[in-house]
Design a protein around this ligand. Structure first.
Ligand SMILES: [Zn+2]
Length: 478
């Protein structure tokens, strides 16, 4: 009897899942036919709108700064390859936050991406309804009926790349309204990425949304108004050759006894040795860089307590903070970051677990307001809040009075090539001018600067040259 019962249950289970899968297949097929995805081999479209720099906000928890955007994409669905181009210009007046601001000229980004090589917020399945349909068709989806805001919807779910849950919401007109997934973020762990599609129009027999809006972690990442769609356009694209991640090479440049500039990897760090502890300024541009910095510091100053100075909350300066905490480092950061850093220690990190996710630790934080001093009786380092800088509300700089050395992040960088945030001739940027005003206010006696990006040790005279007789100017908003 028991055996019979189990058999009946097993049959029901097979029927249940088969009928759900079939329903989901029908739902996806209906969407495919409605929007013209079935015979769509390639596509080109362009859009204008707004893009935001995630992780680059003026204050923690704020939206990333917005830019005017011109965007275009060519897609070869058969090869799973696409090319994107994004041109950004300044929108905020005055500039506020980072993301390359202040942009005096346009900033261009883009490149060719292969679906096979990875899964990210720009993947075809997450940004184009036809891409979602093609992915769902081959992914053994399931379907579920829902009512959202009194409207009947069908949610079709599948798992991408064996680990990412993808959900598409389909309305009664067989149009995909929204796609959700969760992706690993190096600062915040697992974050919800949601893309909404609306105002579908017909373009040569293919229905395409003329409004596409994406949010990541609840904050806007782009809002595009699509203006031009060409189905089955002649698109010639090849998948880029797979490249293994570049090995992180930390190059210590000795500045003085016990002071090194740890160069390379996008964001340079500084290492300053004290009698019974060592200070590292800057975590590293990303997690792999932070891990390389940790290994290097342990080799250079073994068995010393580590103090990590976190200049501010931007993604390229806070990635890897959890790894430093896992190593037992004490973090000095501005008090404005307290709740944000509490969150990044609490958030789920299941998709790309780090050491902290495997073994959580109590974070040791010292919250700086205006000034803190680290000393061993001989060497002294001052940590100052940079007041009133629109790059970030919570920006800290470090100063060694005896060595006349300033370690500063993001608001004074020297590069070998021109950049869109170089001010016009005869002017300075408001961010650098504010740094200068803070140096005057604090009466800091400086001979050299360690900038976190770009060129290494810079004589103080070069900062003076960028400011004296050069009024600061905000970039034009076009
Ligand atoms: Zn920054």
């Amino acid at each position: 009897m028991l055996k019979k019962g189990l058999t009946v249950l097993a049959v029901l289970a097979v029927f249940g899942s088969a009928s759900r899968a079939q329903n989901a297949g029908n739902v996806v097929n209906n969407v495919a036919q409605t929007i013209g995805a079935t015979n769509l081999k390639s596509l080109q479209y362009s859009a204008t709108g707004i893009t935001a720099s995630l992780g680059q906000s003026y204050r923690p928890f704020e939206e990333g700064p917005q830019f005017k955007a011109t965007y275009s994409r060519s897609v070869d669905f058969e090869k799973g390859v696409s090319r994107q181009e994004l041109v950004r210009t300044q929108l905020l007046d005055p500039p506020r936050g980072a993301g390359g601001q202040p942009l005096y000229t346009e900033s261009r980004a883009g490149g060719v991406q292969s679906e096979e090589a990875g899964f990210n917020a720009n993947s075809l399945a997450l940004t184009i309804p036809h891409g979602w349909v093609k992915a769902a068709m081959t992914a053994n989806p399931t379907a579920q009926s829902l009512t959202i805001g009194r409207r009947p919807m069908t949610m079709v779910s599948y798992t991408a790349k064996g680990m990412y849950k993808v959900r598409g919401y389909i309305n009664s007109e067989n149009l995909l309204e929204k796609v959700e997934t969760w992706l690993p973020n190096e600062v915040l762990g697992d974050i919800l990425v949601e893309t909404s599609f609306s105002d579908y129009r017909d373009f040569a027999g293919v229905k395409f949304p003329t409004k596409i809006v994406q949010k990541q972690g609840g904050l806007p990442s782009f809002e595009y108004n699509v203006s031009n769609v060409q189905p089955n356009a002649a698109v010639t694209l090849e998948a880029p050759a797979p490249r293994p991640p570049a090995a992180q090479k930390v190059e210590p440049l000795k500045f003085a006894e016990g002071i090194w500039y740890l160069s390379g990897g996008g964001v340079n760090s500084a290492l300053v040795e004290f009698k019974d502890f060592a200070v590292v300024v800057e975590t590293g541009q990303d997690q792999s860089r932070a891990l390389a910095n940790i290994a290097q510091v342990k080799r250079m100053v073994p068995n010393k307590r580590i103090v990590q100075i976190n200049s501010h909350h931007h993604s390229d300066h806070v990635s890897g903070l959890r790894d430093w905490i896992s190593e037992g480092a004490t973090i000095y950061t501005h008090a404005m970051n307290r709740e944000y850093y509490d969150l990044l220690l609490r958030n789920p990190w299941t998709l790309h677990p780090d050491a902290y996710a495997r073994t959580p630790k109590e974070g040791k934080f010292v919250y700086v307001r205006d000034k803190e001093v680290l000393t061993d009786g001989d060497r002294t380092m001052e940590i100052h809040w940079i007041r009133g800088n629109l790059h970030a509300s919570n920006l800290l700089m470090s100063y060694l009075p005896k060595e006349k050395l300033l370690i500063v992040t993001d608001i004074f960088n020297m590069f070998y090539v021109p950049r869109p945030n170089d001010p016009p001739d005869g002017y300075s940027t408001p961010y650098t001018m504010n740094l200068w005003e803070n140096i005057q206010r604090l009466k800091l006696d400086i001979a050299h600067i360690f900038p976190a990006h770009g060129r290494e040790v810079v004589p103080f005279a070069e900062l003076r040259q960028k400011i004296e007789g050069r009024p600061s100017i905000n970039p034009p908003v076009r």
